[in-house]
Design a protein around this ligand. Structure first.
Ligand code: FS2
Ligand code: SF4
Length: 519
């Protein structure tokens, strides 16, 4: 096996041998490579033939399946590959070969680096397109780009051609995130700020993890009036802000912290856990009978909820486990008992005039976007420390699961505006971008001239596509950590540093002083 697609890759060079750091076994990694090779074959066939909506769907499903912490199950990966081969024969003219990913891993380091940026960016974007599709939204331009870019990964290309495609991946991902934003807000309304308790109330409950709001909605419907409470976990937390989801009285609160803590947090809870997407970690025996998967998530021997979305096995398990006999108070990573969410673009921009005034009055000195993925690396304490050190006249936007490092801190407020504003899931980077662009317009300046610094944490491939979108938009001076991607070659890094002043995170105090003194 060879895999270097995520931040925790072995020695920050690549996972090989018998298994990856995430627990993905060598045969599973190899099957995932074969799956990507088959998708490149399907893209070749589709570009030469006539793809159908089913072809589009298979591309998204196949790519999403290979994202870190989604699928550990050889059986479902091979089933997906068989479906792809069948579709290839149906849409393409004659027999077109699959691609062998060994050729990519053995390519010269710059070509390998650029193609990896495209491939991993596509994986992240596929997840967003998949969620939008579940809510009935598709974009033909986004679909067409998957074929174009996958075909390019399997073709001879110059570094310049690949670099153009890297930025185009960022451009198309912006459209894809806009599509998902429209799908989510169209279905569930614009998020509103809300305080979310971390206490688990007594009685049966279900914990729902992942990003799929549609799955959560279906579960809320199926559990209504059954005496079962629902708690979000990890990236599902922002669901509480959506009017059409928050109206369910049994959507009670949030359970736990970042995904990397799940093995200890799930160990003895008296309730089942449903994974709608990543990040699923190898499941310990102590709670394996209580974990359920759905959609592209799959793990050997766990009960999988199929496309009929009949959550009866999860509901029965919740009733069997019974929950806590009394209310069970829990806290966040900094001891807080509640967190806030729902500060998506509409909620923040409804205060735009006040925010602009506060900046002009010198009451807001700087904005930070501190967010992205969480993960197990001890150096991720950087983000906690950085947030804690930010001066009281600064605002922090946050998003994705990296927020758990700071979302329960009491950092106060500025003239009634909380200093920590949770914009949502990782795909709600779209909201943060809209907020930044609106502020730039209000101040009559470019987005790089705003008193705004992005301090990003990355882990898996959705973060890659978001980073490419930020680069496509020309955003400079981004801090990125806790390590730089292993798949960025020295030449590609040199380009990113020179062109965008992309900066690796260092010491939080030094970085913060540097940022604030640059003004
Ligand atoms: Fe966090 Fe994991 Fe959002 Fe990532 S829960 S690292 O999937 O996409 O973020
Ligand atoms: Fe290693 Fe990450 Fe790949 Fe898992 S997904 S095998 S941890 S690089």
């Amino acid at each position: 096996m060879f895999c270097f697609q995520c931040q925790q890759t072995a020695h920050n060079t690549g996972c090989d041998g018998k298994a990856g750091v995430c627990g993905k076994k060598a045969d599973t990694a190899n099957y995932q490579d074969e799956l990507i090779g088959a998708l490149i074959g399907l893209a070749r066939a589709a570009r030469a033939g006539t793809p159908t909506p089913h072809t589009d769907e298979l591309i998204l499903k196949g790519l999403f399946t290979t994202i870190t912490n989604v699928n550990f199950n050889n059986e479902t990966i091979l089933q997906c590959k068989t479906e792809i081969e069948k579709e290839k024969a149906a849409v393409g003219p004659g027999q077109l070969d699959d691609y062998d990913l060994a050729a990519l891993w053995a390519a010269g380091e710059d070509v390998r680096s650029l193609k990896s940026l495209i491939l991993f960016g596509l994986k992240g974007m596929a997840a967003y397109a998949y969620h939008a599709r579940a809510l009935g939204r598709t974009d033909p331009a986004v679909n067409a780009f998957f074929y174009e870019a996958l075909e390019a990964i399997g073709a001879e290309k110059t570094p310049d051609e690949l670099l153009a495609l890297v930025l185009k991946t960022g451009e198309v991902n912006l459209a894809c995130m806009a599509l998902l934003d429209a799908a989510n807000t169209g279905a569930y309304g614009d998020p509103v700020p809300v305080t979310v308790p971390l206490t688990i109330e007594k009685g049966p409950f279900i914990v729902v993890s992942g990003h799929d709001l549609h799955d959560l909605k279906l579960l809320l419907d199926q559990t209504a009036g059954r005496g079962i409470n629902i708690y979000t976990h990890s990236e599902m937390l922002p669901a509480h802000g959506y009017p059409e989801l928050k109206k369910y009285p049994h959507l009670k609160g949030n359970f736990g912290t970042g995904w990397q803590n799940q093995q200890s947090e799930f160990h003895n809870i008296p309730a089942p856990i449903l994974f709608t997407t990543n990040c699923l970690m190898p499941v310990r025996q102590s709670y394996s009978d209580r974990v359920f998967t759905t959609s592209v998530v799959s793990y050997p021997e766990l009960t999988h909820i199929g496309d009929d979305k009949d959550f009866t096995p999860v509901i029965e398990k919740a009733l069997e486990c019974g929950g806590y006999p009394e209310d069970h108070p829990m806290t966040g990573m900094n001891g807080g008992s509640t967190v806030m969410t729902g500060f998506a673009r509409n909620a923040v921009l409804s205060h735009a005039e006040q925010i602009v005034w506060l900046v002009r009055e010198g009451k807001i000195r700087h904005f930070f976007l501190i967010g992205g993925c969480d993960g197990a690396a001890p150096t991720r304490s950087y983000y906690t420390d950085f947030a804690r050190m930010t001066p009281p006249d600064t605002l922090i936007l946050t998003l994705a699961c990296g927020k758990y490092r700071l979302n329960d801190m009491d950092l106060g407020s500025i003239e009634g505006i909380p200093r920590v504003l949770d914009c949502g899931q990782c795909n709600d980077a779209y909201s943060a971008i809209r907020i930044a662009l609106a502020l730039a317009e209000a101040f009559g300046c470019g987005v790089n001239d705003l008193p705004l610094t992005l301090v990003l944490s990355w882990y898996e491939q959705k973060a890659v596509c978001i980073l490419l979108t930020l680069l496509y938009l020309g955003l400079r001076n981004i801090y990125l950590g806790p390590t730089l991607p292993a798949f960025v070659s020295p030449n590609v890094l040199d380009f990113l540093v020179k062109q965008y002043n992309l900066t690796p995170t260092g010491d939080p105090k030094t970085d913060l002083e540097k940022i604030l003194n640059r003004q």
